[in-house]
Write a protein that binds this ligand. Structure first.
Ligand SMILES: [Fe+2]
Length: 225
């Protein structure tokens, strides 16, 4: 992992190292994905259900956190565009249709499987740290776009023909990622993170959550006991 001090030493030219780092994290996550054809039907269902449990009710909330956390009008305007699209085109409804068509609507156990790591991300978002939160969302948009063919294949193997969610997010998230990098650049030029700020804190928490979506640790009973 790129150290905070290394990134900070680069001053206002931090955008490129940040992009490099989050691309590396996404590369590692993509390389760790199982072959959909080698999973059982129940494993495929669970993976789609956990993804849905995380994204359906949280993506807009997290992006709203990014909106509230940035200090520049330009960054706010860019994130506002993203939120408009999410809400106007009802992306949560699109994801719900995707899960229903794959017979993978989340159960209480699916929600519990991601509970601890999801809570960690929620609490991080609640701290409203402008730059680290925009870095996390830029990472997430980029990862989602690359994750879509895998998610679509899982659903197809579950007998689904519903592709609107995966088609839309395989395309629009490319533009969203670029726009969030622009917001990040603007924000960093006016609100430089302090020396104790880990700009990758949210990326690390989100990575752990995604890893748990793909391979649940089943340790939620310890956390909720
Ligand atoms: Fe979306």
């Amino acid at each position: 992992m790129t150290s905070t001090s290394t990134v900070q030493a680069l001053g206002l030219a931090q955008e490129t190292p940040i992009q490099d780092h989050i691309r590396l994290v996404a590369d590692e996550l993509m390389a760790s994905l199982p072959d959909p054809g080698e999973l059982t039907a129940d494993e495929r269902r669970g993976l789609i259900a956990r993804y849905t449990a995380v994204l359906e009710g949280n993506f807009i909330y997290w992006m709203t956190g990014a909106y509230l956390s940035v200090g520049t009008e330009e960054a706010r305007s860019i994130i506002s565009e993203n939120l408009h699209e999410e809400i106007r085109d009802c992306h949560p409804g699109m994801l719900r249709r995707f899960a229903m068509a794959a017979h993978a609507v989340p159960t209480d156990l699916d929600a519990l499987a991601v509970y601890r790591d999801l809570t960690d991300v929620r609490l991080f978002v609640g701290r409203l740290l402008g730059v680290p939160l925009v870095v996390m969302m830029a990472f997430f948009e980029g990862f989602i776009q690359r994750f879509m063919p895998f998610l679509a294949e899982l659903a197809e193997l579950q007998g689904s023909t519903e592709k609107e969610y995966t088609d839309v997010h395989g395309v629009c998230d490319v533009a969203h990622t670029q726009e969030l990098f622009r917001a990040l650049s603007v924000e960093m030029s006016s609100n430089v993170p302090g020396p104790s700020t880990d700009v990758f804190e949210g990326v690390g928490l989100l990575r752990t959550l995604i890893e748990n979506i793909v391979r649940p640790a089943n340790n939620w009973m310890v956390q909720t006991a």
